[in-house]
Design a binder for this molecule. Structure first.
Ligand code: NAD
Length: 471
C-alpha cells in the first residue's frame, strides 16, 4: 500500500497544507493500492510564490543553459525507465505496447525541446525594430490521467525551453506515476522553484491556478468541458491559454485502399492506448460498395485483439482507468444498440476470462449514422463506429460534421488524392496511412478540440511574447 503524502515545492518534497486523502486503485484488479494526500489553495499559493521567485533567473538563462537543463532532465527520466514503467502498469494498467512507447517518449520530449531551442530565433529584426521573444511569465500546467508522465514532461520541457518556471497539477488519479516521475525530475538538479508539482482536485487546485493573478500562462490537457471552465476562469487575468481537448477523429477509408495495409492501421488508430486517447480514430468512414468486405476484415481483426493486464505480453488493450470510466464505456455501448446500430464485435460486459478489473470488450458498431450519440460523443474507450458514405464529398462532409477537430486519418493508395482530402478536413493534424510524425510537428485542435499548439516551434511560440524595440 503506497501513501503519497508529499508535494513538490521550491525544489523539495514537502507535506501539503491540505489534509484530504484520495484512494488510488489498480485498474487491472480493482484493488486499492494506496492513497494520496491532496493539496489545497494554500499549497497552490506557496507553489506559485516559489515559481514566481524562480522566474527572473530563469527568464535570463541563455539558450545554451536551457538546453543543458533539458538534457539533464532527459537523462534523469531515461535512467528511471523501469520505475516509471512499473508505476504506469500498476496505476494505469497500460499494456506493454503502450509502455514501450510512452516511457522513452517522456525522456525524448526533453530532447525535442532542446532541438527546438537550438533552432529557435529568440531575437529577430523587422525593419528598424528588434523583436525579442520573451517568456510570457510563470506557467501552470493541468494534466489528465491517460498519459500522466508524458504530459508532465512535455509541458515542463516547453516551459524550460521558453525560459519560465512552472506549477504542475497532475490528475489526482495518477499520484503514484507523478511521484515516480517527480523523483526522476528532482535528480536533474533544476534551480529551486523552477518546477513545482501540486497533487489535488481540479475544482480546488486546478481552479486556484486558473484564477491566480501570478500565473501568466495555462497549458491544459483534458476534457473539452474542463477546458471551457479553465478558459472562463483564466479570462479575468488575461492568461495566455493552450488547451488540448477531446476528439472524435474520423478515419476516411478511400475506395482505392488496400485492406491488407489499411485494416491494421484502422485498428491501431481506433484502439490506441486502450481507446483512452484523444487522438483515437473512432469514426471509420467506409465507401458503401466496400462495406461488406471491410466489415468482415475488421470483425476478424478486432476479435483477435487480446485484452488483459500489463503483465500479459500479448494483451494490447488494458483496463479502463476507473470504475467510472468503465461504466461510461458500457453506457455508450448500450446507447449504440438502442439507437439501432449493430454490434459487429464486442458488446457490453467484460471480455471472456476476465472477471475482475475494469476491462471492456473492444467493440465495433456498424450501421452507424453520424447523428447517433456514439458518433458524436468522445467515449474514451475501445469503441469504433463504422459509417458508410456514397462519395468523397460526402465522406469529407461527414468527417467535418463534428464539434471536434483534433486528429483525422486518411487511408488510400493515391497520395495526391489523400492530400487533397486532407486539405479539406477541419483538424489540427491529418495522418495519411498511419505515417509516423516528427516530434517537432505541431499538435493541437480545431474547433472544440482546443486552442493553440504544442511541440516544436509552434509549441514554444505559445509560451513567449514578442517584444518589439523600435529605433
Ligand atoms: P478532465 O478534464 O476531467 O481532467 C483533466 C485535468 O483537469 C485533471 O487534472 C483534473 O483534475 C483537472 N480539472 C478538473 N476540473 C477542473 C477545474 N474546474 N479547473 C481546473 N482543472 C480541473 O479530463 P480527464 O478525464 O482527466 O482526461 C480525459 C480527457 O482528456 C478526454 O476528454 C481526452 O480527450 C482529453 N485529452 C486530450 C488530449 C489532447 O492532447 N488533446 C490528450 C489526452 C487527453
Amino acid at each position: 500500500m503506497r501513501a503519497i503524502d508529499r508535494i513538490y515545492i521550491d525544489g523539495a518534497f514537502v507535506t501539503p497544507h491540505g489534509e484530504e486523502r484520495f484512494d488510488l486503485f489498480n485498474p487491472s484488479t480493482e484493488e486499492k493500492t494506496g492513497t494520496v494526500r491532496l493539496a489545497d489553495a494554500e499549497d497552490v499559493r506557496m507553489a506559485v510564490a516559489a515559481a514566481k521567485r524562480a522566474f527572473p533567473a530563469m527568464r535570463d538563462t541563455s539558450p545554451k543553459e536551457r538546453i543543458e537543463m533539458l538534457h539533464a532532465l532527459r537523462d534523469a527520466v531515461a535512467a528511471r525507465a523501469d520505475v516509471l514503467k512499473e508505476a504506469m502498469a500498476l496505476e494505469y494498467g497500460a499494456p506493454q505496447s503502450f509502455l514501450a512507447f510512452s516511457v522513452p517518449h517522456a525522456a525524448h520530449v526533453f530532447e525535442t525541446a532542446a532541438r527546438t531551442v537550438a533552432d529557435y530565433a529568440f531575437t529577430r529584426r523587422i525593419g528598424n525594430a528588434e523583436i525579442i521573444m520573451e517568456p510570457v511569465g510563470v506557467a501552470a500546467a493541468i494534466t489528465p490521467w491517460n498519459s500522466n508522465i508524458g504530459f508532465i514532461c512535455t509541458k515542463l520541457a516547453t516551459a524550460l525551453a521558453a525560459g519560465t518556471s512552472i506549477v504542475v497539477k497532475p490528475s489526482e488519479m495518477s499520484a503514484i506515476q507523478t511521484q515516480a516521475v517527480l523523483e526522476a525530475l528532482h535528480d536533474a538538479g533544476l534551480p529551486r522553484g523552477v518546477l513545482n508539482v501540486v497533487n489535488g482536485y481540479g475544482h480546488v487546485v486546478g481552479a486556484a491556478l486558473s484564477e491566480s493573478p501570478d500565473i501568466a500562462k495555462i497549458t491544459f490537457t483534458g476534457s473539452t468541458a474542463t477546458g471551457r471552465t479553465i478558459l472562463r476562469a483564466a479570462a479575468d487575468t488575461f492568461k495566455r491559454v493552450t488547451l488540448e481537448l477531446g476528439g472524435k477523429g474520423p478515419q476516411i477509408l478511400l475506395d482505392d485502399a488496400d485492406l491488407d495495409r489499411a485494416v491494421p492501421h484502422i485498428v491501431a488508430s481506433a484502439f490506441r492506448n486502450s481507446g483512452q486517447a484523444c487522438i483515437a480514430g473512432t469514426r471509420l468512414l467506409v465507401p458503401e460498395h466496400r462495406l461488406a468486405e471491410v466489415s468482415e476484415r475488421l470483425g476478424e481483426a478486432v476479435s483477435r485483439i487480446k485484452v488483459g493486464p500489463p503483465d500479459d505480453p500479448d494483451a494490447t488493450i488494458g483496463p479502463m482507468v476507473s470504475a467510472r470510466q468503465w461504466e461510461r464505456v458500457q453506457s455508450f455501448i448500450r446507447l449504440g444498440r438502442k439507437a439501432g446500430a449493430t454490434v459487429l464485435v464486442g458488446g457490453e460486459g467484460r471480455p471472456a476470462g476476465l472477471d475482475r478489473g475494469w476491462f471492456v470488450r473492444p467493440t465495433v458498431f456498424t450501421g452507424v449514422t453520424n447523428d447517433m450519440e456514439i458518433a458524436r460523443q468522445e467515449i474514451f474507450g475501445p469503441v469504433l463506429s463504422v459509417i458508410a458514405y456514397r462519395d468523397e464529398a460526402q465522406a469529407i462532409a461527414i468527417a467535418n460534421d463534428t464539434e471536434y477537430g483534433l486528429q483525422s486519418y486518411v487511408l488510400g493508395a493515391d497520395i495526391e488524392r489523400m492530400r487533397r482530402v486532407a486539405r479539406r478536413l477541419e483538424a489540427g493534424r491529418v495522418v495519411l496511412n498511419e505515417a509516423p510524425s516528427d516530434s517537432q510537428v505541431p499538435f493541437g485542435g480545431f474547433k472544440h478540440s482546443g486552442i493553440g499548439r504544442e511541440f516544436g516551434p509552434f509549441g514554444l511560440d505559445a509560451f513567449l511574447e514578442p517584444k518589439a524595440i523600435v529605433g
